[in-house]
Design a protein around this ligand. Sequence first.
Ligand SMILES: Cc1cc2nc3c(=O)[nH]c(=O)nc-3n(C[C@H](O)[C@H](O)[C@H](O)COP(=O)(O)OP(=O)(O)OC[C@H]3O[C@@H](n4cnc5c(N)ncnc54)[C@H](O)[C@@H]3O)c2cc1C
Ligand code: FES
Length: 448
Amino acid sequence: MLESLGRIKSPFLRSVTAAATVFSVVTLTTAVALGVAKAKDESAYRFGVYASLLGAACGAGFGLVYTSKAGEGKSTRNLSNSQLIQPTDNGKGWKDWRNFVVIRKVKESEEITSFYLKPEDKGEVPNFQPGQFLTIKLDILGQSKPIIRTYSLSDYPEPHDYYRLSIKRELAPKGLDVPPGIASNFMHDRIQEGSIIPAKPPNGKFVLDIHKSIPAVLISNGVGITPMLSMAKACTRFNPNRPIWFVHGARDGRFHAFRDEVMAMQEQNPNLNLHYRYSRPRPEDEGNYHSVGYVDTTLIKELVEPEAEFFMCGSPPFMQSLIAGLKELGVPESRVFFESFGKPMNVSSERQPPAESTKGKVQEAEIVFADSGKILTWRDSDGSILEFAEANDINPPYSCRAGICGTCACQIREGEVADQESPTAAIDEGTVLICISKPGTSRLVLNL
Ligand SMILES: Cc1cc2nc3c(=O)[nH]c(=O)nc-3n(C[C@H](O)[C@H](O)[C@H](O)COP(=O)(O)OP(=O)(O)OC[C@H]3O[C@@H](n4cnc5c(N)ncnc54)[C@H](O)[C@@H]3O)c2cc1C
Ligand code: FES
């Protein structure tokens, strides 16, 4: 009952509720006592009335005092948005690059390894929104410039004193004579405990609002599990009443990372429902998965009601088919969220048509790269501004090349751009994500 009282936010209402409750209890108790004692004396009844009034006054006072106490005691579970989400430039965060030390390196599966990071300056580890990512910079021998990549934060630790990234080793695609993934292989092979990695502050809009009560369905395959881990953990910690469905697909037990970690979370949180689906289970995986096949809409339909929020991260074909399936099930776009780790997602959206269709588009433009001192003529076949810059020996920083991470953001001095994709990264007014943009006016001046 005290807990219910503590949940009432308004001190006035809490005070009134406490007063009414104590008044009722005392009145009832004295009435029963007088009835049992069969008191004939009028003063006994007066005593009952005074006791009830005194009880109400004490209740009101207690309600007020309990307001502040309840607030203090519950601060970790009832964090407001502003407490949970630390802006990155409020003194607690940082701007631009900050060095982190790898304090632990843990193999999670055949292809995923986790890296635990703490600031080299031993300062605070600012909080982040579950689902956000870090952008890291790697100096790799043989590469002409630092390699910048983006990795989701895969943990939501308590106490909040490290960041964890969990990285899949990217092999060269089968049948293609190309080098394997630069950054992921470097991380796996060269980065050890004690290595220093510069990182930008947590960022990203693919986040779970833990304060909501609508069920959250977290669907992933492969390394797409990483943002789901921080989402499920944050929810378990701050709002364990919110039902969560954690649905994950893996090839078999060797490729299934974080199995035990999620199971341990489920033991703490009875509202966390789990479903593991293996596409090619081995005999020794028996008992470690719930069903065989690929995670698809049919499975989701069997498991959960469509009145939920759906969060997806995984391979683009996997997400594309799920997004289409959820649409068929009548789930509105406003309740479907996804993040692609690679190519931009080719999803038609009623909510957000590609910006190109709404902004001007030119076939030819003069681009002034002001910082590089180059004035060049761009044609439509030259592709995005990033591709055009690279082809002309201007090498801007980039990571996702898909409008997700914000690494390629660049200030526009003059002119306009036309986006080829809808950006998902948060960008400042007057800036452009050059990886997904082409010129929108015949002259464009960029701070590049
Ligand atoms: C928001 C966000 C969050 C992310 N979170 C995670 C995460 O939590 N964990 C994670 O592991 N990854 C994550 N990623 C992906 C990550 O940022 C990198 O893209 C990934 O690690 C691959 O980088 P790489 O340098 O190893 O590979 P790259 O060098 O970029 O190569 C990628 C692939 O292309 C192949 N390739 C190389 N050259 C060619 C060529 N000429 N033609 C065709 N193919 C070629 C490579 O063999 C490799 O398979 C995330 C990405 C985004 C945008
Ligand atoms: S490189 Fe990530 S938004 Fe452009």
